[in-house]
Design a protein around this ligand. Structure first.
Ligand code: PMP
Length: 419
């Protein structure tokens, strides 16, 4: 495109944008929230699940105090997702994020050798990653070190180099399956290297946030290698702490979350939990188990979610592929995940913040640009996350058309400025 052609195209795009501005939208693809249609799949949990037996399989009265580790049938169900035994499985309340926070807080302040006694405490943060992980670390005063992702998990050369050289680095966050927001699943090789690596801090931990463990779109399911088994074999059984929740299987407002880790590590963590509460909501644990039953039933249930979600992801790919072709091919790259909740856009350098604010100005909310980087700090300013689950296909089409215009407009303006 020569200068004149670009000027002409820019004036068309500006006219189009002004039209949007004169009649703003009220739409959002900012957060990974299940749609009403998805929530309806688990409607039975509210009124129709019959809890026939108030005594759990391990003889706990679910109405009463007791059973800090959760009821046996819930531990078994989550054990089937995390490949953990009963004594390696702990079932909590409705949020895995809360469990992660409690675990980090334990290591910071209440473990035998609290990290907070040291001057600096650092954590490895594969990026682009989940902004709420970064908020949690920042809130606890843990310094975040970004590590690049490869499309198959964290760049292990960098992870090994950092973890082996600095004892202030206490651990790493990993979203092993359909990472939020890049959609990638970690390779077996990266799992083995994480399990086996030598670390300067001897009790290095891996927070294995498997939020999207059963959230496939395709028949071919991406499955991360078992980190606990690999770590046991490598002689570091206490290293990984696995988290899963039913938030995006059933109802995020009233789900159940679980931890899977070595029996020894679990005892240590349970001791700290026992200072916070007597037991979690076991009636909800029972309700979720009655509804979800077993791994096979969960997989069938997740197919219904996929039927609703997958077309939205196909739509994004189809619209972007049609628009960003020819001259516009270089303007943006987007992920094509096989599961999870997100699409990640890599714009040209220096464009992401302007694109997101242009969208906001006309009433379309996106996640803050670069939020997937620790402290929101991405010197390339090229990262945008789309969370399409909670908009209809019709509205998604509108959002995508507008987004295409904003991406092209900002990219051409940037080109013009840099000449
Ligand atoms: N981890 C990741 C990677 C997520 O994307 C989300 C939800 N957006 C969560 C955890 C939240 O999980 P929960 O509802 O169990 O706290």
């Amino acid at each position: 495109m020569n200068r004149e052609e670009r000027e002409e195209r820019l004036s068309q795009l500006r006219a189009q944008y002004d039209l949007y501005k004169s009649r703003p939208f009220e739409l959002s693809v900012a957060r990974g929230i299940p749609s009403k249609q998805q929530l309806a799949l688990s409607e039975a949990l509210i009124n129709d699940v019959d809890i026939e037996e108030v005594i759990s399989e391990d003889e706990i009265d679910i109405r009463n105090y007791g059973g800090l580790y959760g009821i046996k049938e819930a531990r078994e169900l989550f054990g089937s997702l995390m490949n953990t035994s009963l004594e390696e499985t702990f079932v909590g309340g409705n949020s895995s994020l809360q469990l992660m926070y409690a675990v980090l807080n334990h290591f910071m302040y209440t473990s035998d050798n609290p990290w907070s006694k040291e001057e600096t405490v650092k954590f490895l943060c594969p990026s682009p990653g989940y902004d709420r992980h970064w908020f949690m670390l920042e809130h606890l005063g843990i310094e975040m070190i970004p590590v690049p992702l490869t499309g198959q998990g964290p760049d292990m050369d960098t992870v090994e180099e950092l973890a082996s050289s600095d004892p202030a680095i206490k651990g790493i966050f990993v979203v092993p399956t359909y990472n939020n927001p890049t959609g990638e699943t970690i390779s077996d090789e990266a799992v083995d290297r994480l399990a086996q690596m030598n670390t300067a801090f001897e009790d290095f931990i891996i927070l294995w946030d498997n939020a999207y463990v059963v959230h496939h779109f395709k028949e071919e399911k991406e499955v991360a290698k078992d980190i606990l088994e690999a770590s046991k074999q490598a002689g570091f059984p206490n290293r990984p702490i696995h988290f899963v929740s039913t938030s995006k299987m059933t109802l995020p407002g009233a789900g159940v979350a679980a931890i899977g880790t070595s029996a020894e590590r679990l005892k240590e963590l349970a001791k700290t939990f026992s200072k916070q509460l007597i037991s979690f909501d076991k009636i909800n644990q029972k309700r979720q188990v009655t509804f979800l039953k077993d791994k096979e039933t969960i997989e069938k249930h997740m197919e219904k979610h996929a039927e609703i979600l997958a077309p939205k992801f196909e739509w994004i790919d189809a619209i972007f592929s049609a628009f960003f072709d020819g001259d516009r091919k270089e303007f943006v790259e987007w992920t094509k995940p096989n599961g999870g909740y997100f699409v990640h856009l890599t714009t040209q350098d220096g464009c992401a913040t302007s694109i997101v604010s242009k969208m906001r100005e006309i009433g379309i909310q996106l996640t803050e640009a670069n939020a997937a980087y620790p402290y929101g700090n991405n010197p390339r300013d090229n990262s945008i996350r789309l969370a399409p689950s909670n908009v209809s296909l019709d509205n998604l089409e509108i959002i995508l058309e507008v987004l295409c215009v904003c991406i092209e407009l900002v990219t051409l303006e940037k080109q013009e400025d840099s000449e």
